[in-house]
Design a protein around this ligand. Structure first.
Ligand SMILES: Nc1ncnc2c1ncn2[C@@H]1O[C@H](COP(=O)(O)OP(=O)(O)OP(=O)(O)O)[C@@H](O)[C@H]1O
Ligand SMILES: [Mg+2]
Length: 240
């Protein structure tokens, strides 16, 4: 469903992506791992329409979408839960979720209400907290809300940027098992993580990025067993 070909992205003079190419099939969970500054967030940002690539192609279900604006990408079913969560602290949980569906609220209020229910089924910990200001939630609940808001766009492709950051291991496990459940619904997920172990457990395939390039790709099992990966990433998984 997604083909990325030879993608170059610059932030000013800094080249953040260098000739990045990969494919993702429908219903896969693909993990992207790599050190700080490797270009992981830039790649997700380019897929979500936040950064315009200088070179290369992004094909979504065969359609060229590189350089299209974020609103367009949302309408194409691409939804990003960004690294810093970016939920609205003073708004309630419910309003944050509704914002994820803003582009189709007028079209189908009933559907949106149903989707709120589905999202709360997926994250039962948010239930009963619909009218709480999002800023008063724990880090784990805020992350669930950020993912839930992403899901409210009814995405075909969900992009998650480091959902485990700052969370206790138990909460990380809960979020990862939710992703496994989501996969069953047919959503395609690209999961950026510095928590390599957690990401490789839930993903089917993984890409390793270094300095703007994909230096290794394979099944999650292969990547997990790769000696270079073990030394560079598995020995010092970021402990939250
Ligand atoms: N807005 C920006 N302006 C200038 N340079 C940027 C900007 N955003 C990222 N960069 C640079 O681009 C490169 C890739 O950054 P990016 O945030 O994509 O990496 P990352 O793999 O997501 O890192 P992290 O694990 O720390 O989130 C880095 O060298 C970074 O300093
Ligand atoms: Mg990042």
């Amino acid at each position: 469903m997604l083909e990325v070909k030879n993608l170059d992205v610059y932030h000013g003079w800094v080249q953040a992506l260098r000739g990045v190419s990969f494919n993702v099939s429908k219903g896969e969970i693909v993990a992207i791992i790599g050190a700080n500054g490797a270009g992981k967030s830039t790649l997700l940002g380019a897929l979500a329409g936040l950064y315009r690539p200088q070179k290369g192609e992004i094909l979504l279900k065969g359609k060229p979408v590189a350089g299209k604006p974020p609103e367009y990408m949302v309408r194409q079913g691409v939804s990003l839960a960004p690294e810093r969560r970016e939920i609205f602290n003073t708004l309630t949980v419910l309003d944050n979720l509704l914002l994820g569906a803003y582009h189709r609220y007028r079209a189908g209020k009933k559907e949106v209400i149903m989707d709120i229910e589905k999202t709360l089924e997926l994250f039962p910990a948010l239930k009963g907290r619909e009218d709480h200001p999002a800023g008063t939630l724990s880090g784990g609940l805020q992350q669930m809300l950020a993912i839930g808001r992403g899901l409210m766009a009814r995405p075909g492709l969900l992009l998650l940027d480091e959902p485990s950051t700052g969370l206790a291991p138990l909460v990380v496990r809960e979020i990862m098992s939710t992703l496994a459940n989501l996969k069953k619904t047919g959503v395609t997920i690209i999961l950026v993580e510095q928590n390599t172990v957690a990401a490789l457990k839930v993903a089917g395939r993984a890409l390793v990025m270094e300095r703007g390039q994909i230096v290794l790709s394979g099944s999650a099992k292969e990547i997990m067993g790769n000696p270079g990966v073990q030394q560079a990433y598995l020995g010092r998984t970021r402990m939250a």
